[in-house]
Design a protein around this ligand. Structure first.
Ligand SMILES: C[S@@+](CC[C@H](N)C(=O)[O-])C[C@H]1O[C@@H](n2cnc3c(N)ncnc32)[C@H](O)[C@@H]1O
Length: 215
C-alpha cells in the first residue's frame, strides 16, 4: 500500500527523539520566546542552519532579524574564534533582551549588533558575507533579499526562513489575516527561485527554508 505522505506527527516525533538536548541557555531562550510570543527559528530549521554553518565555515555571517538573538547565539557558538555574526534588529525591546542574552552567552566579541531598519543599514555595510540569514518581516523580504545579494560573496550561501508560510504559500484557501503576507511570500518565492544570481532550492524544513548559493 502506498502512503499518502511520509511525514506524519509520529514520524516527526521519531526524528525529534534523536535531537540532542541543547545547552541550558538555548533552552531558556526557546521558552522565553514561546511564552512571550516572539517568533524564532524552529528546532529543525536551527539544526539545519547549524549544519550549513559547520559545512560552510563562514568567516563573516550577516543576519537580518535578530529578535532576542536566539539564532545569532546558535550560529556564533559553532563559528571559529575569528568569525563574526553581524546582526540587524529594528525593535528596541528585542534589542535590549538580545544584548542581555548575548552577554550571558559570552558572545559579545562574536556578535555585532546593528540597531535600526535593515533597509537603511545594509547599503552602508562595506563587508561582503559568506553566509546571510534573512528572517525579517515577510512584506520586506524582496527588498531585503535584493539588498542582501549585493553583500553576498560569490559561492556564499543565503538561508531564508518561512517560505512555506505556515503552509499558506501553497494553500488554496487563505485566512483573511494571512492574505497580504501570503501574497508577499508567493511573490518572493517566485523571484528567489528564478534568481539568475543564485542556485536556489526551497526545502520543506520547519516553516520552509530557501537555500541559495551565489553564482
Ligand atoms: C522572526 S524574528 C527573527 C528571529 C531570529 N532570527 C531567531 O530565529 O532567533 C524577525 C525579527 O526581525 C525584525 N525585523 C523585521 N523587519 C526588520 C527590518 N526591516 N530591519 C531590522 N529588523 C527587522 C523584527 O523586529 C523581529 O525581531
Amino acid at each position: 500500500m502506498k502512503m499518502k505522505k511520509i511525514i506524519y506527527p509520529a514520524q516527526l516525533d521519531y526524528i525529534s527523539s534523536f535531537v540532542k538536548k541543547n545547552n541550558p541557555l538555548i533552552i531558556e531562550m526557546g521558552k522565553f520566546a514561546l511564552e512571550n510570543k516572539i517568533p524564532i527559528l524552529s528546532k529543525d530549521s536551527s539544526e539545519f542552519l547549524e549544519q550549513i554553518v559547520q559545512i560552510k565555515k563562514p568567516k563573516k555571517v550577516l543576519e537580518i532579524g535578530m529578535a532576542i538573538a536566539y539564532s545569532s547565539i546558535r550560529i556564533a557558538k559553532i563559528l571559529s574564534s575569528e568569525s563574526v555574526v553581524t546582526t540587524i534588529e529594528i525593535n528596541k525591546v528585542n534589542i535590549k533582551i538580545a544584548k542581555t542574552y548575548i552577554k550571558k552567552a559570552n558572545m559579545i566579541k562574536k556578535i555585532k549588533v546593528l540597531e535600526g531598519d535593515a533597509e537603511d543599514i545594509i547599503p552602508t555595510i562595506k563587508d561582503k558575507f559568506d553566509l546571510i540569514f534573512l528572517d525579517a518581516d515577510k512584506e520586506d523580504y524582496l527588498t531585503l533579499f535584493n539588498l542582501s545579494l549585493e553583500k553576498l560573496k560569490k559561492g556564499g550561501v543565503i538561508f531564508i526562513d518561512n517560505l512555506l508560510w505556515h503552509g499558506f504559500a501553497a494553500a488554496k484557501k487563505i485566512p483573511k489575516k494571512y492574505k497580504n503576507s501570503t501574497k508577499h511570500i508567493r511573490n518572493f518565492n517566485y523571484h528567489f527561485m528564478n534568481s539568475k544570481s543564485l542556485k536556489s532550492v526551497l526545502l520543506p524544513i520547519g516553516d520552509g527554508i530557501g537555500l541559495g548559493i551565489k553564482l
